[in-house]
Design a binder for this molecule. Structure first.
Ligand code: SAM
Ligand code: SF4
Length: 329
């Protein structure tokens, strides 16, 4: 296997695959309240097509895959799809990001199918506030999903928290405390201006530095070395805690110089940067009957166009058109 290096000397080994733009929630920072106009059945890549892209991507150096969405667990046949990806030689890490609502039913089968790691999004520990942020979600389903996932052997569970000033920043310490007695990783993510209607405003943004300073009230945070699964998160631990705390500072301290990611959208577009709408239409090539060698070439060319850095914090930046639910975060 070759390891493709992009034009800025970054090895590209991580593919995030959004398998659906559909979701059973409507988080206020991700989707408009009436949802987004959904892709038609034929517009979505079939599982066989995604598996083929994954096979070819491995030949360019991809070794880590994350399944995301929309909500990946709403797509039928997900367990067999996970098994097909897990079966690909060269995939060393297979993970999923989910809102956890349907996880209770699927956790054991996903584990058996070969899923290695799970990230679960949970932006409030308060049932009413959770329902408000997700516009209808039931937090008890998420807790049931987390318990089942732990029983199924997923460890550690990572909890993603998008911090929003005036919405859930009053819960930063409660989330941090969870890491004291549970073996969970709490990962605070900066609120990002992705999608036209996700409510992002400067006043609602809260930086990881500010979150970290607030958590220091509970005890000193010692920095931990990054491991294979921590990605761009800077990981810390409060003294004596069973779990960890991570910070993903996509805006305040971007990690573009070490970005190793590609993203595949549900309609088969390959994106080389979360914040750029520049895309390569793999679906068109797949459906015109391209060979694996041609596909490899197309993926390689796309990798070489990966921008050096995002421009999301610059005054000229226009929010990208595609919403987070159609990119996969
Ligand atoms: N539905 C799944 C979930 O919520 O975990 C997977 C898809 S969701 C788009 C992937 C991740 O993106 C989630 O952790 C979510 O919180 C995060 N996300 C969505 N919109 C965001 C935004 N505007 N800023 C930061 N993170 C965001
Ligand atoms: Fe759905 Fe995830 Fe977006 Fe929430 S963050 S609306 S759960 S895709």
């Amino acid at each position: 296997m070759v390891q493709l290096i992009d034009s800025y000397n970054r090895p590209i080994n991580y593919l995030r695959i959004s398998i659906t733009d559909r979701c059973n929630l409507r988080c206020m920072y991700c989707m408009p309240k009436d949802g987004v106009s959904l892709l038609g059945h034929d517009d979505i890549l079939r599982y066989e097509e995604i598996v083929r892209v994954a096979h070819v991507a491995v030949t360019t150096g991809i070794s880590k895959i994350r399944i995301t969405g929309g909500e990946p667990l709403v797509r039928k046949g997900i367990v067999d799809f996970v098994a097909a990806l897990a079966d690909i030689d060269g995939i060393q890490d297979l993970s999923m990001t989910t809102n956890g609502i349907l996880l209770h039913a699927d956790a054991v089968a996903l584990r058996r199918a070969g899923l290695k790691r799970l990230n679960i999004s949970l932006d409030s520990l308060n049932p009413e506030k959770y329902t408000m942020i997700t516009r209808g979600g039931d937090i008890n389903q998420v807790f049931a999903g987390i318990d089942k996932a732990q029983e199924a052997g997923f460890s550690p569970i990572k909890i993603n928290v998008v911090a929003i000033r005036g919405t859930n920043d009053d819960e930063i310490l409660s989330f941090a405390r969870l890491s004291m007695d549970r073996e969970v990783h709490i990962r605070f993510i900066e609120y990002m201006p992705v999608g036209m209607e996700n409510g992002w405003k400067k006043e609602r943004f809260i930086s990881c530095t500010e979150i970290q300073n607030r958590i220091e009230e509970l005890g000193h945070l010692s920095a931990l070395p990054s491991d294979n699964g921590s990605g761009p998160a800077q990981m810390y631990k409060i003294k004596g805690a069973k779990g960890r705390i991570g910070f993903i500072s996509s805006l305040s301290n971007h990690f573009c110089s070490t970005c190793n990611r590609l993203r595949l959208t549900p309609d088969g577009k390959l994106r080389t940067c979360l914040f750029s709408d520049a895309e390569t239409d793999l679906k068109a090539f797949l459906r015109q009957g391209c060979s694996d060698a041609e596909l490899e070439h197309i993926i390689t060319d796309a990798i070489l166009t990966k921008p050096q850095k995002h421009h999301a914090t610059e005054p000229v930046f226009k929010k990208c058109v595609r919403g987070m639910s159609a990119i996969g975060g």
